[in-house]
Ligand binder design. Structure first.
Ligand code: ZN
Length: 410
């Protein structure tokens, strides 16, 4: 059956949610109740009922499947899964909990095994939807767990759904008739570096072209989580340099103006790599008002998070998967992801939209509107620093172009 997205006029968007998923995800210790808040606001605003000009529904709501052992084993180790997925595991055994990272910021929690299966399953449900061309855009706000490692939990993340998504899309057949293998671009907009995802695909020794390109825009400073040599601005002269594993670190106070300035770099990388599939990790901990208080990014206006996502949705060819991520001001996370959901359908809600009366309404004080405006933090990303970033990326683009055209290193 033909669906209207094949006309190219309107994107048909898949939105993954179920009550079971929202409840399981709301038990995540770092983001208690956030998932319920997000899905309730999306629903209260009526976003999922938006229709196109010819009265077609913009959204298809998909209930997540549960990830199977086989799904999870495509990246995670068997022993981590056996320990984390077994409700009768001994979480009092210090050696074991340290080995699997289930301590400090990743404590074992009630419903953890359900959470892991449902969140991975939710992202894979979204992946299946774009893989099978059921839609142009798929959304899974409960996914985007970019710190979870192969064999242990890390940084509030227990399951590596981003890596699982990339692995599944890398095996997919691209939409075009060309015989080339599919290319997957992973763009991470979270405040924190996508360490686990970048490491998983980092291959400094190869001179071949890669099917996967990761680009993380994040805050990096000495001691700032996660500590990784890959989080720095890449040095093309370094032995560990891989033009398919890219980082763009920003300093404190990063504002929409800074993002507007660096965005052509992101577009340039995309134009060279020409991905068939684009995964955007839309962590919202860089927005003003987040308790991490590091960046000063806003939701609307030129260079904002909404503006960047609109560029990807409207201007980039290839099918897109939008994932969640960090964001510790839960009402602002709900505002942001509800707004991005409307952008995915090509029908952005006005930022001055009033929060509708629903159970969580009082949490949206004092503004009671959708907007997440910038604060008054000082911008530390100087013109000189951004110029340096642009110069480095000019070299990176040349190298990337050479690698994709099979020329190899000069
Ligand atoms: Zn984060």
């Amino acid at each position: 059956m033909q669906h209207h997205s094949s006309s190219g006029r309107f994107p048909l968007v898949a939105y993954v949610v179920s009550e079971e998923l929202a409840k399981a995800s709301s038990l995540l210790p770092s983001n208690k109740h956030r998932s319920l808040l997000v899905h309730s606001l999306v629903s209260a605003l009526g976003v999922l009922s938006l229709v196109t000009l010819d009265h077609q529904k913009c959204f298809k709501v998909l209930r997540p499947r549960r990830a199977t052992q086989k799904d999870l084993l495509s990246y995670h180790t068997r022993d981590y899964l056996e320990y984390a997925l077994n409700p009768s595991s001994d979480y009092g055994d210090q050696a074991q909990i340290s080995k699997y990272g289930l301590e400090d910021d990743c404590p074992p929690f009630r419903g953890m095994h359900e959470y892991i299966q449902l969140v991975a399953g939710a992202t894979l449900t979204a992946v299946d939807a774009i893989k099978e061309s059921l839609c142009d855009v798929a959304i899974c706000w409960d996914g985007g767990r970019h710190h979870a490692q192969k064999s242990h939990a890390s940084g509030f993340c227990y399951v590596a759904d981003c890596v699982l998504a990339i692995l599944a899309l890398r095996r997919a057949v691209p939409s075009s008739v060309s015989p080339r293998k599919s290319r997957v671009m992973y763009l991470d907009l979270d405040l924190h570096f996508s360490d686990a995802v970048s490491q998983a695909f980092h291959n400094p020794s190869s001179t071949a072209m890669s099917q996967v390109l990761t680009l993380s825009i994040h805050h990096a400073a000495p001691g700032f989580f996660p500590v990784s040599p890959l989080s720095a601005l890449p040095n093309p002269d370094d032995a560990s340099f891989d033009p398919f594993t890219l980082s763009l670190p920003l300093r404190e106070g990063a504002s929409s103006q800074t993002f507007a300035r660096i965005w052509p770099i992101v577009e340039g990388i995309k134009d060279i790599f020409l991905p068939d599939f684009i995964i955007v990790q839309c962590g919202v901990d860089g927005l003003a008002g987040d308790p991490t208080a590091t960046w000063n990014w806003s939701l609307g206006g030129p260079g904002s998070l909404g503006w960047c996502i609109e560029r990807v949705i409207q201007g980039w060819s290839g099918r897109k998967l939008l994932l969640g991520g960090g964001g510790y001001n839960s009402p602002n996370a709900a505002r942001a992801w509800a707004f991005l959901t409307s952008i995915a359908a090509g029908k952005p809600l006005p930022l001055e939209t009033q929060i509708p009366d629903h159970r969580a309404f009082p949490l949206y004080q004092p503004s009671f509107t959708l907007d997440v405006p910038a604060g008054n933090m000082q911008e530390q990303n100087s013109k000189e620093y951004l110029q340096h970033v642009e110069d480095i990326y000019e070299r990176i683009q040349t190298i990337l172009q050479q690698r994709l055209s099979g020329e190899g290193p000069p």
